[in-house]
Design a protein around this ligand. Structure first.
Ligand SMILES: [Zn+2]
Length: 451
């Protein structure tokens, strides 16, 4: 995965806080103060929490957060002009927020918001703002025009929208792989698998992924009974010590009375059972039953015909007449069914942990968010919604969060593990099973030692 590094000037205030208030020292400070030190304590608490969780900054405090813009890697010996103040606003997304309210809050025009949404059409990152996300707005010297907006999704993923000209923005995605740490979760079925998995500490999303892994092989509602056990090894991502909320399932075992169902993640990104048989059903190449002419190909370096700058086309366009049934190209779960000013009505489907497909400019949805769909199932009728020059279907395939050419990408073929991967896969399976067994023994000892 490619890692982009972005150089930018940190506002002076933040720099100051970092230098006088390293977190640990601050905590110690808070503990050692007596009541007499209350005003100081309050002040350091404010600074501490401010640093910990940026709050919206009111325009009236802008003098405090000015910084001197300096081109990276270049120091001017004698600046001829006075430094221009830079206005920065930070906003933490709250439940129920939408982009338009946030722009209103900072008195940034909707025209500018549409220019940003236009840049986001090929990413659609701003369409799922949720608590934990943070927006940072950097205005020009007069505080009038938005120069840059950063969307902080989590410590491993940020998107920066930069003004390109009067009426357009560019985007840059910053992805950090960080570290993945694994833990073992286990439990006994008591009620439904979903409830028991939640009790064991698995998130709803992880539980859904497990359900999907065994889809067609194990019916969780009918075949799982009280007393059956499950063991899961999960990895969670952190970047610079901060949890990102991203996780992946490394291995699962479901132990029924007389049968063990299992799935393990191979280095190639696919899941196999312990005999190396694929857990993934095959993908279709095309999202329609009929073949349609490609009116625009996948092209990450496409140049805008007028401005000449790079405007990636992250999918492939098919010349489908309005009302053409659109099919899910694989089994999966509908994660989005939304309406975007530029992408139009669109659907996103997650297929396991590695693959995502998107279908844009739709006329009508035939499925809902959260619904499970099968390969070949009708999910929508194609259309001409959003910014579209005529009826067509824009189809995207993402592999591990990156758009790829859906016409040439290697698709999961429901094949068994390639022979050259067998040795390493077996070693990994043995390692994961060993962790699960050790955990079972630990749990058994805990039960034994109970009075
Ligand atoms: Zn397109």
């Amino acid at each position: 995965m490619k890692i982009y590094r972005v150089k930018r000037n940190r506002p002076k205030k933040e720099r100051l806080i970092l230098s006088i208030n390293p977190k640990k020292g601050n905590r110690k400070l808070l503990r050692s103060f007596s009541w007499a030190g209350l005003p100081l304590l309050a002040l350091s608490a404010i600074i501490f929490f401010w640093h910990d969780k940026p709050r919206p900054v009111e325009p009236s405090t802008y003098e405090n957060i000015t910084s001197q813009p300096q081109p990276a890697g270049e120091i001017k010996a004698a600046p001829l002009e006075l430094p221009q103040p830079e206005h920065v606003h930070t906003y933490d997304i709250q439940p129920g927020d939408n982009l338009s309210n946030i722009f209103d809050h900072f008195e940034i025009s909707h025209r500018t918001m549409y220019h940003i949404l236009e840049a986001d059409e090929s990413l659609l990152a701003l369409d799922t703002l949720r608590p934990g996300n943070r927006l940072t707005f950097r205005m020009d010297a007069d505080g009038e025009q938005l120069e840059e907006m950063e969307l902080f999704i989590h410590a491993g993923n940020r998107v920066i929208y930069r003004r390109f000209d009067e009426s357009s923005f560019d985007y840059q995605e910053v992805i950090k792989e960080g570290e993945w740490e694994q833990d073992v979760l286990a439990g006994e079925i008591n009620g439904t698998f979903y409830k028991s998995a939640k009790d064991a500490g698995l998130s709803e999303r992880e539980t859904m992924q497990i359900g999907e892994l065994f889809d067609g092989r194990l019916n969780f509602a009918r075949e799982i009974r009280a007393g059956d056990r499950f063991q899961v090894i999960r990895s969670q991502q952190s970047v610079n010590g901060e949890m990102t909320g991203q996780s992946r399932i490394e291995g699962v075992r479901i132990l029924r009375r007389n049968h063990i169902h299992n799935a393990f993640l191979c280095e190639n990104g696919n899941y196999y059972d312990q005999d190396g048989e694929s857990m993934m059903r095959a993908f279709m190449r095309h999202p329609t039953a009929q073949r349609f002419r490609i009116s625009s190909s996948f092209n990450p370096n496409r140049r805008h015909p007028v401005t000449g700058r790079v405007a990636p086309h992250n999918g492939v366009d098919f010349a489908t007449p309005r009302g053409t049934p659109v099919l899910s190209t694989a089994d999966g779960v509908v994660t989005r069914g939304r309406n975007h000013p530029f992408a139009g009505k669109y659907i996103e489907i997650e297929h396991g942990t590695k693959y995502v497909t998107r279908y844009l400019h739709l006329d009508r949805f035939l499925v809902r968010r959260g619904e499970r769909v099968e390969k070949g199932q009708r999910i929508a009728l194609s259309g001409n919604t959003g910014r579209s020059t005529g009826p067509h279907l824009h189809f995207e395939l993402h592999v591990r969060g990156r758009p790829v050419n859906p016409m040439t990408a290697e698709l999961p073929r429901a094949a068994s593990l390639p022979e050259e991967d067998f040795e390493r896969f077996n070693t990994r399976v043995a390692e994961l099973v060993d962790l699960m067994e050790q955990n079972e023994q630990r749990l058994a000892r805990l039960v034994d030692s109970e009075p």
